[in-house]
Write a protein that binds this ligand. Structure first.
Ligand code: ADP
Length: 164
C-alpha cells in the first residue's frame, strides 16, 4: 500500500519553515503531494506559476526515495486530498495562534471527509517565527531575508520589491 500525504499551502512564497516540514514529512509517507492553493483568500504577491516554480526549486534537493509532486489545486483541500489519493494531510504548527486556526480547520475538514487524517508537525524552533507574510513585509521595508528563504526566493522577493 502506498501512503500518500498532502501538504497544502499558499506558499507565497515558500520559506525555510515550509522546507523543514517537507523534509520531515517525506519520512512519513511514500509519496508527498505539495498542493499549491490557487485560491489563497488574499491577493498573493506571486502568481500561481511563480509559487509553483519556487516550490519546485526548493524541493529539488529533497527528492529521494519518497516521490514529491508539486500540484496546484482549486477548491476544497479535502476534495483535492481525495483526488490525489492522500490519506494524510500534513500541517505545520508554529504557535498557539496557529493552533486555534488549525484546530478549527481540522475539525471542519473532519466533518467534510472522515477518511483524511491530519498530522501536525511542530515547527523547528529555528523556524518558529518565519511566516510568508512577515518575509514579504521585511523585504518591502528594506530588510534582509537571507536567513529565512532560499537565494532564489530572496532574489524574486527583491525583484518584486523593486530592489534588484
Ligand atoms: P497559509 O497560507 O494557510 O497560512 P502557508 O502556505 O503559509 O499557509 O503554510 C502552509 C502550512 O505551513 C501551514 O500548515 C502552516 O502552519 C505551515 N507553516 C507556515 N510557516 C511555518 C513555519 N515557520 N514552520 C512550520 N510550519 C509552517
Amino acid at each position: 500500500m502506498t501512503r500518500v500525504g498532502l501538504y497544502p499551502g499558499s506558499f507565497d512564497p515558500i520559506h525555510n519553515g515550509h522546507i523543514d516540514i517537507i523534509g520531515r514529512a517525506v519520512k512519513l509517507v511514500d509519496k508527498l503531494v505539495l498542493g499549491v492553493a490557487i485560491d489563497t483568500g488574499k491577493t498573493p504577491m506571486f502568481d500561481l506559476d511563480e509559487r509553483v516554480a519556487m516550490v519546485e526549486e526548493a524541493v529539488a534537493p529533497l527528492r529521494g526515495a519518497t516521490e514529491i509532486v508539486v500540484q496546484p489545486y482549486q477548491g476544497l483541500t479535502t476534495h483535492f486530498a481525495h483526488e490525489t489519493g492522500a490519506g494524510i494531510m500534513v500541517r505545520g504548527l508554529r504557535a498557539v495562534t496557529d493552533f486555534e486556526f488549525e484546530f478549527a480547520l481540522t475539525a471542519m475538514n473532519q466533518q467534510l471527509d472522515r477518511e483524511v487524517e491530519t498530522v501536525f508537525l511542530m515547527a523547528d524552533p529555528r523556524h518558529l517565527a518565519i511566516a510568508s507574510r512577515l518575509v514579504k513585509e521585511i523585504v518591502l521595508l528594506g530588510g534582509d531575508v537571507t536567513k529565512f528563504v532560499s537565494a532564489d526566493v530572496r532574489d524574486r522577493l527583491m525583484a518584486k520589491a523593486g530592489r534588484d
